[in-house]
Write a protein that binds this ligand. Sequence first.
Ligand code: PLP
Length: 366
Amino acid sequence: MTRPARVSIDLAALKHNLQQVRRHAPEAKVMAVVKANAYGHGAIMVADTLASAGADSLAVACLEEALQLREAGLEVPILLLEGVFQPQELHQAISARLDLTVHSSQQMQMLADLAEAQRHQIGRVWLKVDTGMHRLGFAPLQAQEQISLLHSLFPANTELGLMTHLANAGNADDSFTPQQLQCFAELRAAFADMPVSIANSAAIQLWPDAAAHWVRPGLMLYGASSVSGRTGADLGLKPVMKATSKLIAIKDCRKGDSVGYNCAFVCPRDMRIGVVAFGYGDGYPRHIERDTSVWIGAAAAPLVGVVSMDMLTVDLSNHPDAMIDDVVELWGEHIPVEEVAMRTGTIPYELTCKITRRVQREYRQA
Ligand SMILES: *Cc1c(COP(=O)(O)O)cnc(C)c1O
């Protein structure tokens, strides 16, 4: 593939960000979240790097994601964050030595229905408690009964943990997180011998009380911020993904010329327009505010016209020396992914996840 659209993944930055997790939560074990193809960064390379850098576990959303990592030879613990979806998945999960989340009575029943010898091979089970997210998990009042059930199903050497998920940890001055922590505190106290996991990336950075025994960082490992009003750089993180392409054409347009589909942009003066080989077919958002920029050489170049499937167009007024084949950064070290996300009304997670298959991924080694 010689088309220049690519994402380059900086594995040294990934390791740096893991160290930042450790700095914030020095006592906690780290369960690195690599679901959705490691947020679009490439699950195997990312998981391998994090595991060799000492991540204590990995976490994914489903069996297929976990099996992909096992098939690639990864030996570290892997948690299914949502547990299994069907009873038949349990057999595969057990032979792949996966850790399980149990968030519902249906899942508890699936475990109860297993042959005891099989069930006893499971190494670690997390009971998910719903402290206010109202997505997955048992109500706090049901938790005690579910914990007793788990104790009756598993031998003493199975590690049984308590997990919850925070709904609004990215907002430092919101009262919802303290409420969730308070709600969980009583359970934690009543079952003080059970390991506890609460914190996602935002909580690791904003709510040190939530660190507990295991933290579950996702986005911060990739160098982006889920903390309201802050970029990854503000938080001491390094961006892992850089999305780049090249200028594949330069047009000298006259005042009044239109550029691109729907004649959406009309040159207000004579202008040099650069054409970049990256479009919504690569994962660049089509609906994006007008004054969004890309980075070329040493300066920003604003988008003009609409983003098309394979290309987008930029104003080269501040780039008199720009030439065909010049590298263009869509997001990365100069244009924070948080900024692009904000200008399209989304969050960095969605942009990195939505990089499409035809974009080449390049890995820069640690
Ligand atoms: C995705 C996920 C995380 C990681 O969240 P970030 O905001 O990316 O840190 C943690 N816990 C659970 C249960 C998740 O689903």
